[in-house]
Design a protein around this ligand. Sequence first.
Ligand code: SAH
Length: 263
Amino acid sequence: MNLQKIKIGVISALREEQAGLIEIMQDAVTDQRGMRDYVSGRLWGIESVCVLSRIGKVAVAATTATLIESFGVTHIIFTGVAGAATTDVRIGDIVVANQLVQHDMDASPLFPRFEVPLTGLSHFFSDKPLSSLISQAAGQFINQDFPETISEANQREFLIDRPVVHEGLIASGDQFISTSLELNQINDHLTGVLAVEMEGAAVGQVCFEFGIPFAIVRTISDNANEDSPVDFVQFLEKIAACYAFGIVRQFFSLLKGEKIKLT
Ligand code: SAH
């Protein structure tokens, strides 16, 4: 797609996940709809709309539909934090979703567990070119920006050594996962989950229904266990903003370079 015709919707749930973006937007104009501030303008020269969705599947579904219907975005990216769902994924790593599932969806026995009624789907696939651009951006952030933007003290405190970019399944639900028991229950019924959070799969469903390409990128803030409440808050305070801004900046610079063609 021609860059002139692109309008990127950038969603995050929490302020720290979008810190710095609004401030650098060119010709920014804010519209309030349904208790959200939609900020339209240009990010690194590309038409964009930034919005904080608030937390959870309903909140982000309403935000995503408004971005598409009222603001005419052509592509959506979600940047935020998530809990690790496996020991292969560590705090400070980045997970890019290739597909997403709503782990709390269960209309059985009428429909198979996890299937979203009337869509025939339990897993929603993210857009390949957009996700691969975000993965590349995440890799560039780690290689180029990470050593300068994340202090050594913070790297030590959070035991972040060499962060890795993973691609795979993200599970979303209206639940902050803060016990191993809750995480095990998810992993007992779903295979290959890399991260758990509270919005991504709802973005996936709405984008599927409207035919809008989307990508979800999550930095791991906690291990979705008993330590999560503390780890999550600390990570959000000290690190999340650097990652979010850095990844989005790299994403827009790749997009401008048109190294990958978007649909
Ligand atoms: N107390 C916080 C609530 C945050 S909820 C506040 O008032 O701001 C957690 C947010 O981070 C959600 O947007 C979710 O997508 C993500 N997240 C991070 N770790 C998570 C985990 N372990 N389980 C579920 N969501 C998690």
